[in-house]
Design a protein around this ligand. Sequence first.
Ligand SMILES: N[C@@H](CCC(=O)N[C@@H](CS)C(=O)NCC(=O)O)C(=O)O
Length: 214
Amino acid sequence: MAAAPEELAKPVIIGRSSSHFTRVTRIFAAEMRVDYSLRVVRDLMSPTAEDYGGNPALKIPSLQTPQGVWFGSLNVCRELWRRSNPRPRVVWPEDHDQPLLANAQEIVLQAMSTEVSLIMGKAAGTSDSSVHQAKMRQSLVNMMSWLEENANSILSGIPQHRDLSYLEVTLFCLMTHLEFRGVLPTASYATLNEFCQQFSTRTSVGDTTYRFDA
Ligand SMILES: N[C@@H](CCC(=O)N[C@@H](CS)C(=O)NCC(=O)O)C(=O)O
């Protein structure tokens, strides 16, 4: 049965242009050719769930649709894919049934979250020298080194027959965000940088460059 017009009304991404998890969803929207509008969350310190589309975790992004609100980047990307027509061939995290690629996805998402914690800690005035901050920084460095060491096998292991994979979009958004926010220099990660250069030829990337919303 064809979807009713109100079910296909333009969805709203609730997020920020400077957020890597938001950029993942915006790249997906562009690749899926799904039109959307962006509602900017101005204050990431807000303790009010309504400011995040109702997400009790107080996190962005969310996607508002007539059916309801989808919390988190993976849920948002899946819903954007369901709305696309024709539907591109997407490799999702659950398609990785061998340790290397499954672990790579885990490490990329964990590195993105650790970066969020470091940035939010800094914004809240947490000292860089606290034991936990130092551990998180070490963890981030370890994860990036692991990704670089395994980059060739990871990237060549993603199923070839695809238009897009969640792994490569999240990896690209992580790498470029580390530089954008000055969290970690990335110049030494040669293979990851080569991947980013290739991936950045996509229109979806040029249209979603990181910037601080006015
Ligand atoms: N699991 C979530 C994580 C989202 C997340 O950490 N978003 C960051 C911005 S990139 C955020 O909301 N930070 C605010 C905070 O941590 O308080 C997802 O995949 O979307």
